[in-house]
Design a protein. Structure first.
Length: 185
């Protein structure tokens, strides 16, 4: 049974609290995920982070792989504002946009890699989100989705060779994470 845990955008004081808590307590988690993504990304890849929140994953990716062309979307305009502030000192500013995964504001085949962390279990329509991610991926492009084991991973079955594996991280002791990797034909 898929995880059913849908929320609207995190706005206002809740976004400020999330930004502070994520910067304090989630740094090691985002560093570990960023290292995994950095190892998987092709040279000079265009990478989209869906559900970017305050941009912590993008910061880590920019520091590990300055060759990547980074973009991020979040349903919350407030989260995008936090990400803009948190990433303002990067040499190359990521393309940040407030958008729903079900209606990505990018051209077809714009990205080599799409990543999402602890986001897909919140999507109101996982199948529409998966279809949009597929549209935004180049042929041969890949998806890396890090989420709770009961997230709606089956929405990505239209991609080739979807493979789920446990993902070890600093949070493993108290929070299980599954890594889904799949490719666009």
């Amino acid at each position: 049974m898929p995880h059913q845990h849908h929320h609207g955008a995190i706005e206002g004081r809740h976004s400020r609290t999330y930004n502070r808590l994520a910067r304090l307590f989630a740094k090691a988690q985002y560093r570990r995920i960023a290292a995994d993504i950095a190892a998987a990304a092709p040279d000079g890849a265009a990478v989209l982070d869906v559900g970017t929140g305050p941009g912590l994953l993008l910061r880590n990716l920019a520091e590990l792989r300055p060759d990547l062309r980074l973009a991020g979307v979040d349903l919350s305009a407030d989260m995008i504002a936090h990400a803009e502030r948190n990433l303002a000192d990067l040499p190359a500013a990521p393309d940040l946009r407030a958008a729903d995964v079900a209606a990505l504001p990018f051209d077809d085949a714009a990205f080599d890699l799409v990543v999402t962390t602890y986001s897909s279990h919140h999507w109101s329509d996982p199948a529409a989100g998966a279809a949009e991610i597929t549209r935004a991926l180049r042929p041969g492009g890949r998806l890396l989705n890090y989420d709770f084991p009961r997230a709606p991973f089956e929405a990505f079955n239209t991609l080739t060779t979807p493979r789920r594996t446990p993902f070890r991280s600093p949070w493993t002791l108290f929070m299980k994470t599954t890594r889904l990797e799949a490719a666009k034909p």
